[in-house]
Ligand binder design. Structure first.
Ligand code: ADP
Ligand code: MG
Ligand code: ZN
Length: 622
């Protein structure tokens, strides 16, 4: 059955109404009940008790089972006029009634009129409805990108606010570039489809699978694909949603979630961002978070509670497996761990092909070229890239997406929004020399990546940019390659100095110098590429409390520290001398390239190399 999202929204309206109230934690009096009785100001319960002691309270109208009251108060603090004030009452305060009676307060209770209340509240609900509607819409949009059919999406009628999808519509074919993870999951699909095969030989089906990987690498997508392939319902909730709830609600949500899941078995329960609840207990700065611990404990209890073969498989995703509570990783819980990594060249190519399926891309566009230009892009980045390119194409009123739109989108994603170029001025000239400096050093060094283009069109923070195309994914980088990169990065400053003199050099090189220093430091302390020898002196360490890197932990004496600094200086100095030499020896072609760059604002790599080749032979790369 295929339902339109509007119908679904209407169907789920009561559920949304209910969950919204629970979110708010109380039922507000209806408009009807409040009409003519509109209380604009509020006060705390404590203040209300004070007023009561002062005999300032004249009348109390209770609503919604005594959770809310509109009180009429009069007193000097209130300008001696009768004022209507709203008070939220604690759930359990039986002694309050006695006190009110003693104080001879006019007390009235109004029962909640639930049927009409829901419709009266429609006005109040416009905002959350729009919000949910917007989400549902986005949700559908993002799924249609993967070519899935429309799917049922509804909110549970219980107080849990997890999502349940009868059909995710995502299949393994929509996920690319993560072959190992997919293989692992094909087995899980078999567990769900043919559990007998495993139970017959006494195998215990795993209860939980933990997906570990950086954001945007397709963890959510993979979990959905399992449900889609096995054709089972998909329950999902995010760890951060557990935590932001009121006390006690997180744990009860977990209970609800698992209850619903067992009723719908076989099915997938997906817990996104599990690190938000599953962080090591008692490790938080400033005391533990009781709420989180309760939620985590409940989760562990639930996972232990159901038998391995109920057909419920819990999939959780995190990008921080290192901070997870060890109890979660014990066998019988998330005993399978699947690592999802940022895709390599082949992976990017496959992902691009998946997302190109529903886009009109010009036949001339070469996907390998795009994949080559996008090292470090995650699946989500690549999906976003093609979408940006499509938007750009539509804006230009063109029919098919061409390489130029894709290129512009890559530039934008990597380096930020395009700015307006400088008008001809001294600083434009200086920037041109700086960029051509990077470009020529990069071109003339055999082990440096090839120049893709040099441009004076500013983007983001940068006022000019030199782009390089990495030849292929480089997991192993040689010393010569690092030295070449250091020299390439120094090329900008070297050109400034050679052409304008050392009094005219600018702050424009600060970012380059940062990179240079960091590369040189790693050569010395991590890669054993200096005269100190093959020692690992620093490790990238992360702090489990802050959940992020706090720099490096040093394990050496002060004496070594001095040696390290000396070696770093030595490397950078040698590189700089060689770089300056390249600039000096190629002054003629540099001047010509700068004039051309100022005129055209962008020179592509091929033209750049051709011009240099007229003066000096350009070495083959790689
Ligand atoms: P994560 O959960 O790891 O942060 P998502 O699964 O939410 O990442 O990915 C976001 C979107 O990026 C997906 O909906 C999909 O469009 C795209 N995407 C990410 N990884 C892949 C992949 N491996 N193959 C195809 N598309 C992907
Ligand atoms: Mg996700
Ligand atoms: Zn620079």
């Amino acid at each position: 059955m295929k339902l339109s999202w509007k119908t679904l929204l209407l169907l789920s309206l009561p559920a949304i109404v209910i969950s919204f109230f629970l979110w708010q934690g109380f039922l507000v009096p209806t408009n009807e009940q409040l009409s003519g009785n509109l209380a604009r100001s509020r006060m705390t319960y404590g203040r209300f008790l004070e007023y009561l002691d002062m005999n300032w309270i004249k009348k109390v109208d209770m609503y919604d089972n005594g959770h809310t009251a509109i009180v009429e108060a009069v007193g000097p603090e209130l300008g001696n006029r009768v004022q209507k004030i709203r008070v939220e009452l604690p759930a359990n305060a039986p002694e309050l009634i006695t006190r009110l009676k003693k104080a001879h307060v006019d007390l009235d209770a109004h029962p909640a009129k639930n049927t009409s209340a829901i419709w009266n509240l429609a006005g109040n609900l416009l905002f959350p409805l729009l919000l949910v509607g917007g989400l549902a819409f986005l949700f559908r949009k993002s799924n249609s990108a993967t070519g899935g059919p429309g799917q049922a999406m509804s909110f549970s009628k219980s107080k849990a606010l997890f999502q349940m999808e009868a059909k995710t519509g995502v299949v393994f074919n929509d996920v690319a570039g993560v072959d190992e993870a997919k293989e692992e999951f094909e087995e899980v699909v078999t567990f769900l489809k043919k559990p007998e095969r495993f139970t017959a030989v006494g195998a215990r089906i795993p209860k939980g699978v933990l997906l570990i990987g950086p954001p945007g690498t397709g963890k959510t997508l993979l979990a959905k694909a399992i449900a889609g392939e096995a054709n089972v319902p998909f329950f999902s909730i995010s760890g951060s949603e557990f935590v932001e709830m009121f006390v006690g609600v997180g744990a009860s949500r977990v209970r609800d979630l698992f209850k619903k899941a067992k009723e719908n078995a076989p099915c997938i329960v997906f817990i996104d961002e599990i690190d938000a609840v599953g962080r090591q207990r008692g490790a938080g700065i400033g005391g533990g978070n009781d709420e989180r611990e309760q939620t985590l404990n409940q989760l562990l209890t639930e996972m232990d509670g159901f038998e391995g073969n109920t057909g419920v498989i819990v999939i959780a995703a995190t990008n921080r497996a290192d901070i997870l509570d060890l109890a979660l990783l014990r066998p019988g819980r998330f005993d399978r761990q699947v690592i999802v990594e940022v895709p390599d060249f082949k992976g990017r190519l496959a992902i691009l092909r998946v997302h190109a399926r529903n886009k009109k891309i010009d036949t001339n566009v070469s996907m390998p070229i795009i994949a080559r230009r996008t090292p470090g892009f995650s699946g989500a980045d690549l999906a976003n890239l093609l979408n940006e390119a499509a938007i750009l194409t539509a804006r230009k009123r063109k029919n098919t997406i061409e390489l130029s739109e894709i290129d512009a989108s890559i530039d934008r994603i990597v380096a930020g929004m395009e700015g307006t170029p400088l008008t001809d001025s001294k600083s434009k000239r200086l920037i041109a020399y700086h960029e051509v400096g990077h470009g020529i050093v990069g071109t003339l060094l055999k082990d440096h990546d090839a120049v893709q283009k040099v441009t004076l069109i500013p983007r983001g923070q940068a006022r000019g940019l030199t782009w390089f195309t990495p030849e292929e994914d480089q997991s192993l980088i040689s010393r010569s390659q690092i030295i070449s990169r250091i020299m390439g990065a120094l090329g900008g400053r070297a050109a400034e100095e050679v052409i304008f003199g050392d009094t005219e050099v600018t702050t424009g090189a600060s970012n380059d110098l940062q990179q240079v220093t960091s590369m040189a430091r790693q050569m010395v302390t991590r890669f054993g590429m200096s005269k100190i020898g093959p020692l690992s002196l620093e490790n990238e360490e992360t702090n489990p409390f802050l959940g992020r890197s706090i720099g490096s932990l040093s394990e050496y004496s002060d004496e070594i520290a001095i040696k390290i600094d000396k070696q770093i200086q030595l490397i950078v100095k040698e590189c700089y001398v060689k770089t300056v030499k390249i600039i000096q020896e190629n002054r003629v072609v540099i001047d010509r390239l700068v004039d051309l760059l100022i005129e055209k604002e962008t020179i592509d790599g091929q033209e750049f190399r051709q011009i240099i080749n007229e003066y000096t032979p350009v070495p083959e790369k790689g």
